[in-house]
Design a protein around this ligand. Structure first.
Ligand code: NAD
Length: 432
């Protein structure tokens, strides 16, 4: 199968490289020439485990190419995936579809008859209909439009793509269904179920999935606060309720609130869609509020742990990415926390294994360090914000010895309170 992938970001690059690895010929197109030049020179634009080797091996086999020339990329593709960004529109929370429609208009002039145009970007219900209308308007007569939302997680993107829980294909016509089944055929060997649905259903499924996960996270975060108030342990509550197959143990980790490039914007866009459809999702609206307030509340937690004031204190912040194993800092809790610590008079020393480059310009005034141990040097308080593996395995005695103070705020509960106390820390976790 010949495939074009428009948009070579976190989703487009991983999907393109994995499709090539399935044996398809994939042209990845991006309008960012620095990104494409880098990729052609072997430099990955993002940090994702396993990606560099996957890209390299498929490029060497001639199955994966990178170009800024959309016409060249799509001219003989049987399927064109759109994987451009759909950020939140300023002001109203709606998904901004400018990049999607721009790509579709460009595509219209150059695609071959019978091409299947597939949205992999997360797009609101009805976007497929609008894409079909644009293609018709532009004079394209023979085409299909399908929705194939992506469920991969940054940090585990390749494994998620190759071993998905399910593949959702929203397509109204049999040609599009057959093309997508053929593209994903290698995954049937792994028995990945492919769910063929209507286009609107597929579009909504992605938002419903993310909103549900956001509900789960906010639920356990509120239970964590209640645990603190009544003297219970949220880790034990989470383990006990997660053992119930109806609940499941995933996404029951209390923390500083969800961030990332997907949950906040997808929750906002779903709320908008629901309001416009006069079928409001009041539960999801509440989750949005709970999560924003939670991120803001983290600075107060650090301040309380530090004895009530951060004036003149030095705080080491470990972990800036919104989750481990990615360099993505979009909507990361660290971006809310650090300026609030600074406003309260703290000097912040920051460290992240891979996200510094993305975070640096967003966090003026922070002092950047090359290691966790360097960051904690002479700090009064250490705050763990992202649960990177290397932060799970800190030598707490060395951390304590390097610090001036003794406060450890563990916003991910990666240390046991007793273990931290044994190393001499005044420990503050979440919900215990
Ligand atoms: P990204 O910002 O990393 O990448 C988007 C890319 O599209 C950029 O490189 C940009 O230059 C390019 N682009 C924009 N307009 C273009 C055009 N007209 N022609 C060619 N290239 C163009 O975004 P992302 O994180 O990969 O997300 C893409 C979509 O996938 C979004 O809708 C997102 O919600 C969805 N999604 C993301 C994830 C994730 O974990 N990041 C997971 C599932 C779904």
């Amino acid at each position: 199968m010949r495939i074009a992938m428009i948009g070579t970001g976190y989703v487009g690059l991983v999907s393109g490289a994995c499709f090539a690895d399935f044996g398809h010929r994939v042209a990845c197109v991006d309008k960012d020439s620095a990104k494409i030049d880098g990729l052609n020179a072997g430099v990955m634009p993002i940090w994702e485990p396993g990606l560099e080797a996957l890209v390299k091996s498929n490029e060497e086999r001639g199955r994966l190419t990178f170009t800024t020339d959309l016409a060249a990329g799509v001219k003989d593709a049987e399927a064109v995936f759109i994987a451009v960004g759909t950020p939140a529109r300023r002001g109203d929370g709606h998904a901004d579809l400018t990049f999607v429609f721009e790509a579709v208009r460009e595509l219209a002039g150059v695609m071959a008859p019978g091409t299947v145009v597939v949205t992999k970007s997360t797009v609101p219900v009805g976007t497929g209909d609008r894409i079909a209308a644009i293609l018709k308007e532009e004079g394209v007569a023979d085409f299909s439009v399908a929705s194939n939302p992506e469920f991969l997680r940054e940090g585990a993107a390749i494994a998620d793509f190759k071993h998905p829980d399910r593949i959702v294909v929203g397509a109204e016509d049999s040609h599009a269904q057959e093309v997508l089944k053929e593209i994903y055929r290698p995954l049937f060997l792994n028995r990945a179920p492919i769910l063929i649905t209507g286009r609107r259903t597929a579009e909504l499924t992605k938002y419903a999935a993310n909103a549900f996960l956001a509900v789960k996270i906010s639920f356990i975060n509120e239970i964590a606060d209640l645990c603190e108030a009544v003297g219970a342990d949220v880790q034990e509550v989470a383990t006990a309720i997660g053992a119930d197959g109806r609940i499941g143990n995933k996404f029951l980790h209390p923390g500083p609130g969800y961030g990332g490039s997907c949950f906040p914007k997808d929750v906002a866009a779903l709320i908008r869609t629901a309001r416009e459809a006069r079928s409001p999702l009041s539960l999801v609206e509440q989750v949005q509020t709970v999560n924003s307030e939670r991120k803001i509340a983290m600075a107060g937690r650090v301040e309380r742990a530090a004895g009530g004031s951060l004036k003149g204190k030095t705080v080491a912040v470990l972990g800036l990415a919104f989750k481990p194993d990615t360099d993505d800092v979009r909507e990361a809790p660290s971006l809310t926390l650090i300026p609030m610590l600074q406003e309260r008079g703290a000097a912040v020393r920051a460290y992240d294994p891979h996200a510094r480059e993305n975070a640096e310009s967003l966090l003026p005034g922070a002092m950047w360090c090359e290691s966790a141990l360097e960051a904690v040097e002479a700090a009064d308080v250490t705050v763990i914000v992202t649960e990177w593996n290397e932060l799970r395995a800190l030598d707490l005695d060395r951390v304590k010895a390097a610090m001036r103070g003794d406060v450890l705020v563990d916003l991910r509960n990666i240390y046991l309170p007793a273990q931290a106390r044994a190393a001499g820390f005044t420990y503050a976790g979440i919900g215990r």
